[in-house]
Design a protein around this ligand. Structure first.
Ligand code: PLP
Length: 395
């Protein structure tokens, strides 16, 4: 092929910007590197990159510049040395657990842990000879009593996302350290804005970024943050081998989410407390589970280890679940849904103690709407079914 011909056709195909230009032409938002592959002109460059994969860009199941940008920010916010992003919170959780245990090991986990995490620990991992004991996370005597000679990991989630019970993070991490076990915490509820578990001795922090960090219910993602040593170990094994990586567009959306996270969390915190305090005054409510309320049995511990509160909480009522579902049907602002952290307020209703029970638990997610509108909404929906329950019962 003649040289002019080669150069002529390459105008269509060759990337025309200088890939070493770190200024991104002044772009104010993180550029999306929509590329699986990063190639080299010379073999010595290729060999150098391959010998230290995570400091270079070779292939996007390894290192993508857009994802890496988010990882650096998350590490900084959580006060950790390094972070890895994953395709979902569960990919981050399962990978980080797998990175710290092997066949024959024993794990102790808080019994109120996120459902799929409980299934992974309690049933899936037993296939590989890894057993888990679930304990009441509030009770340090229970943690101590569950310790076995082969206990290698404490798995925490504080607060838990249905009952909003806390674990004493400093007590748990010092107990784990005393037996040479590692600790992981799911910090999705508090976010890095309101709780810094690494500073309290936790080894790895995991997040579902799907919730508050995304903030707009438009992406699914997860992250693990910790020391460079633990993150490197996880990167070489679970990250590269399971391959549950985050795509660059998602990383760009989550990076955008981070810019407003502190502002959104302030609003969530104040609105959540307003709605929770309102629920506490309702005659049909037996108990509100929100660690920011003075009535929460672990409120003092919450003040010690968190600097703020997010807006997911629950209330318990001596009312049948069918009635509360009718209440949920009449809410205008609140939608019925599970995943939280987005704009819209949400509810879910569950029975406590079986289907015949007359006791229910309602999980409330307070979104970005005006909290006074949300309170009015809750009250109008209750009035509708309150009237209905004597005359034209909806049930
Ligand atoms: C949603 C959630 C997860 C799982 O995250 P995904 O992104 O859905 O995989 C884990 N832990 C908590 C506390 C969650 O709320």
């Amino acid at each position: 092929m003649a040289q002019e011909e080669k150069e002529g056709s390459s105008v269509y195909t060759t990337v025309s910007y200088d890939p070493t230009d770190t200024r991104h032409h002044g772009a104010i938002s993180v550029p999306v590197y929509q590329s699986s592959l990063f190639a080299f002109e010379r073999y010595d460059q290729f060999d150098a990159a391959f010998s230290d994969l995570f400091s270079h860009h070779v292939y996007s199941r390894g290192n993508n510049p857009t994802v890496e940008y988010l990882e650096r920010k998350l590490a900084e916010l959580e006060e950790g040395e390094a972070a890895r992003c994953f395709a979902s919170g569960m990919a981050a959780i399962t990978s980080s657990i797998m990175s710290l245990v092997r066949s024959g090991d024993h794990i102790i986990c808080v019994n109120q842990v996120y459902g799929p995490t409980k299934e992974f620990l309690g049933s899936y991992l037993s296939r590989f000879g890894i057993e888990t004991t679930f304990v009441d996370g509030r009770d340090m005597v229970a943690w101590q009593a569950a310790i076995q000679p082969n206990t290698k990991l404490f798995y925490l989630e504080s607060p838990t996302t249905m009952m909003f019970e806390l674990q004493d993070l400093r007590a748990c991490t010092s107990m784990a350290k005393s037996i040479g076990a590692a600790t992981i915490i799911d910090n999705t509820w508090a976010t890095s804005c309101y709780q810094k578990p690494l500073s309290m001795g936790v080894d790895l922090v995991v997040h579902s970024l799907t919730k508050y960090v995304s903030g707009h219910s438009d992406c699914v993602g997860g992250a693990v943050i910790g020391s460079k040593r633990l993150i490197d170990q996880l990167s070489h094994h679970e990250y590269m081998l399971f391959g549950g990586i985050m795509a660059p567009q998602i990383a760009a959306l989550l990076t955008r989410g981070l810019r407003t996270l502190p502002l959104r969390m302030q609003r969530h915190e104040s609105s959540g407390l307003i709605v929770a305090a309102h629920m506490e005054k309702q005659s049909y409510v037996r108990k509100v589970n929100h660690p920011g309320l003075a009535s929460h049995p672990q409120h003092d511990l919450a003040c010690e280890q968190m600097t703020g509160y997010s807006s997911l909480f629950s209330f318990e009522a001596d009312q049948p679940v069918e009635l509360l579902k009718e209440w949920a049907n009449r809410l205008q602002y609140f939608k019925i849904g599970v995943s939280w952290g987005g704009f819209e307020s949400l509810v879910t209703v569950n029975s406590i103690g079986g289907t015949q029970s007359h006791s229910s638990i309602v999980r409330i997610y307070v979104g970005q709407e005006n909290p006074e509108d949300l309170i009015r909404d809750i009250d109008q929906a209750w009035q509708q079914i309150g009237q209905g329950s004597t005359q034209n019962s909806p049930l």
